[in-house]
Design a protein around this ligand. Structure first.
Ligand SMILES: Nc1ncnc2c1ncn2[C@@H]1O[C@H](COP(=O)(O)OP(=O)(O)OP(=O)(O)O)[C@@H](O)[C@H]1O
Ligand SMILES: [Mg+2]
Length: 496
């Protein structure tokens, strides 16, 4: 069944049930009200009849009876309104109307139980009762029995009754009106439930339409939502979802572009050494290389092979770190000493670029890390600084902070723009693509690996850079205590 019909049915059922319950209560209430009003009226008649027709001997202060003429006058008037009455003596003898067979007698027969109640001064209200024959028709009556006392003694009981058909006529009129109201309400309920259902379904369809667009790859769809209800919340979630999808699609695209670029770079990178090696091998095979150049050729081939191995290894290394497949064997060691070694290894490269490579002197600083990985991190960052600085200064510092060891590598090189800084941790990223194929390789993997390694240590790496001014990398490694508090699993659970 379509949602709109389900909703309509639900709304309609709720409205109709409410209407029916209210209607039933209303009918019951009016029924009671009509009877009570009739009884009030009949009681009024009974009281006035008694007051008018009762006769009392003033001298002896005793009740003497009723004025029959007065009663028959009243009877004539009341019968016009289809109201009948009868008076009984305290001995349950009908004293009015006199049953001489001329007129109708409309009074219920009083039972023993009735008398008991009446003697206690209680009034009796009867909803319906079979009266005696009226114009040969059996008619139902509703009546009130009122006892009358004089000087504390029950003197008479008056029974005043009206035809039930009179009462019912009023009730039927009200019921008819109610039925009409119910009919109109039902039509209104159908229209209302249709409009309500339509509104809800429209909102759902809006979401459906948007979901279809997303399924077709359009992630720019947005739905208006105002935080009113759950459907609005759903729309907001949907908008967030499309934003995330758009972002991840962009990210996938960027990654894909970079991967493609890297593949092209790697192919290019590999082709050069492979061509060189191939040429040299052919030269050797056909004795085209003079004897004194053979040693040099083999050395060249070795260098080119190393370069190839480096590219392959870096890729493998990155994947291993990324998938947590490496284990760190952390220990405390002298960080300054390790830096001195790195500086020694890189001084040559630095000199080639006319740079000053300075390790600021100071007390030796202890660091808690995996020695080889620490060297790898610092080597990469310092090598980058040399690589992107010409005729400048590279300053390295080491100090102990609060539960951490902090290293900075500052250069006065080409620097980076804010956008470039954002991307440097990504694999294959090179801020300046034209600077590929340098002697340092430049696969764009160095910092991606560094970042992963520092994170794996529970440390932090930050960069501050300004174009044509320089770059500062700040790397911190937590101390043993802090490291075990924050990343207990990062160290121990990483197993090959
Ligand atoms: N000190 C620096 N000054 C300016 N730019 C830098 C610096 N360090 C890194 N970069 C930029 O960040 C990019 C990424 O550096 P990363 O070390 O990851 O790759 P790479 O040095 O190009 O290649 P390799 O994989 O050989 O290290 C660099 O290509 C460069 O554009
Ligand atoms: Mg690098």
């Amino acid at each position: 069944m379509k949602l709109i019909y389900q909703q309509m049915l639900a709304f309609f059922a709720v409205i109709m049930t409410t209407l029916l319950i209210v209607g039933l209560f209303f009918i019951q209430f009016t029924n009671k009200m009509v009877y009570e009003t009739t009884w009030d009226q009949l009681e009024g008649y009974a009281d006035s009849l008694m007051q008018q027709a009762m006769t009392v001997d003033k001298r002896t202060n005793t009740f003497t009876g009723f004025q029959v003429s007065m009663l028959s006058n009243s009877e004539a008037v009341l019968s016009q309104q289809k109201v009948h009455f009868a008076i009984f003596s305290d001995k349950n003898k009908m004293i009015y109307p006199l049953t001489d067979g001329r007129g109708p007698v409309m009074a219920r027969q009083l039972t023993k139980a009735d008398w008991q109640k009446l003697k206690q001064g209680k009034r009796i209200y009867c909803k319906s009762d079979h009266g005696t024959n009226v114009l040969n028709n059996q008619q139902e009556m509703t009546d009130v029995l009122v006892p009358y006392f004089y000087n504390g003694d029950l003197k008479a009981v008056i029974s005043v009754g009206s035809l039930v058909s009179n009462v019912h006529a009023n009730i039927t009129k009200i019921e008819h009106n109610l039925f009409m109201a119910l009919l109109i309400s039902s039509v209104a309920a159908v229209i209302m439930s249709f409009l309500l259902a339509k509104y809800q379904v429209l909102r759902i369809n809006r979401l459906r339409g948007a979901a279809h667009k997303v399924a077709k790859g359009d992630f720019d769809v947005k739905i208006d939502a105002k935080h009113h209800d759950e459907l609005d919340d759903l729309a907001i979630d949907f908008n967030q979802m499309t934003t995330s999808l758009r972002e991840s699609e962009d990210e996938i695209k960027r990654q894909e572009d970079r991967r493609r670029q890297f593949m092209a770079d790697a192919a290019h990178e590999m082709r050069t050494p492979l061509t060189t090696i191939n040429g040299l091998l052919e030269g050797l095979q056909y004795d085209a290389i003079p004897e004194d150049m053979r040693g040099k050729s083999i050395e060249l081939m070795q260098n080119e092979t190393k370069r190839l191995i480096r590219i392959v290894n870096e890729n493998l290394d990155y994947e291993k770190i990324r998938t947590n497949q490496i284990s760190l064997s952390k220990r405390n060691f002298d960080g300054t000493e390790a830096l001195k070694n790195i500086v020694m290894q890189l001084t040559n490269k630095s000199n080639n670029a006319n740079n000053d490579l300075i390790l600021t002197p100071g007390p030796s600083v202890q660091v808690y890390a995996d020695y080889d990985r620490f060297v790898q991190v610092m080597f990469n960052v310092i090598q980058n600084a040399i690589q992107f600085t010409q005729g400048g200064t590279i300053t390295i510092t080491a100090k102990h902070g609060y539960h951490e060891t902090i290293f900075t590598v500052q250069d006065t090189g080409i620097g980076m723009s804010a956008e470039q800084v954002q991307n440097i941790w990504e694999r294959y990223y090179k801020a300046d693509p034209s600077r590929k194929n340098t002697k340092y390789g430049e696969s764009g993997l160095g910092l991606a690996i560094v970042h992963q390694l520092v994170q794996l240590h529970g440390g932090e790496i930050k960069v501050d850079s300004k174009e044509n001014v320089g770059t500062t990398f700040t790397i911190s490694f937590p101390d043993q205590v802090a490291s075990q508090e924050t990343t207990p699993d990062a160290v121990e659970s990483k197993k090959d």
